[in-house]
Write a protein that binds this ligand. Sequence first.
Ligand SMILES: *Cc1c(COP(=O)(O)O)cnc(C)c1O
Length: 375
Amino acid sequence: MNTIPFHPLKEINSRYKNEIKEAISTVLDNGRYINGRHVAELEHSLAALCGTRYCVAVSNGLDALRLILRAWLELGVLNVGDEVIVPANTYIATALAVSDCGLKPVLVDASHTTMNLDTSLIEAAVTSRTKAVMPVHLYGTPCFDETLKTVAAKHGLLIIEDNAQAIGARAAACGINGSALTGGLGHAAATSFYPTKNLGALGDAGAVTTNDEQLAECIRALANYGSDRRYHNIYRGFNCRMDELQAAILLVKIKFLDAENISRNEAALAYDRAIKNPEIETPAFIDGTRQVWHQYVVRCQNREKFREYLNENGVQTDIHYPLPFFKQPCYAEEFAGVSMPVAQSIADKAVSLPIAGISQDCATKVAEVINGFSS
Ligand SMILES: *Cc1c(COP(=O)(O)O)cnc(C)c1O
């Protein structure tokens, strides 16, 4: 078997090479490189994809999260010092956005099954200062259910989706506006188009989706120096705009997102059928959802030996994420003494198998290699 790379990004993008080159050339010839028609068209497509009325294209996923929180601070909906519930098992960007806005991230442990925030633990973490909850659809598995919706409604919490890993996914329960599509489940959502995401740009890009017109307008202004019209600044804002170039490239790739997500799901199903090794725990398929398999994360007690074995057999893997964010040096003090046993065990055991651009046959072959592993 030839070596199976973890994520052959160049090969995946080369499938769309001609159309991407054409899009780049159109922008070049157009002469308008910021806030032109490609950004407007992409915002339209993304709003449709997430089932929301509004979309604001921005610079990246972290900025999308920050802008949502920052806008609610500007609008007086949130106040500095308010608490925001975040999952213990996530990429650090989720928490960084909260901290950057002077808000307090409060951790809730993961569910062993979904590896997402355990919604049954949210209510116990709510205090009089809790104003929002930030479910993360980690690895492409939607994190949204009736429990989350009910607890959020009961305590008046804003729901901010971190949709960075799940564009195109669908939850088992309808969101607060009646749609089950991720990116449109809560009050606002942030998406990332970092190159390795399911819908990846050729650089940094992100977006906010929401049904809240006031929020969308505030974010649009904040991302453009705080100006609501030319040379008129109502906020002390930032420059967090998406480039026309990235928007044009994303407009090409968005046409293939469904096919890409279906192919990931087929590979995940092939892994699920073929991996039969008591030392390897495969990720769950969650009833009623459409998962988009940003990562296919198995768990193994003897992870180092398992990865070495796979590597020797030509299968490259990765870890998402080896050190929980709350144990990172920048958070070690704030979360000293905090114990998140499920998130910790995921961090200790997780191994991401190749999933992007992998055929079912290829996944089956990898599974056969996996079945030969014994620690
Ligand atoms: C990638 C990612 C982000 C940040 O997106 P960027 O575009 O890289 O800033 C935020 N949250 C999660 C869960 C991510 O995977």
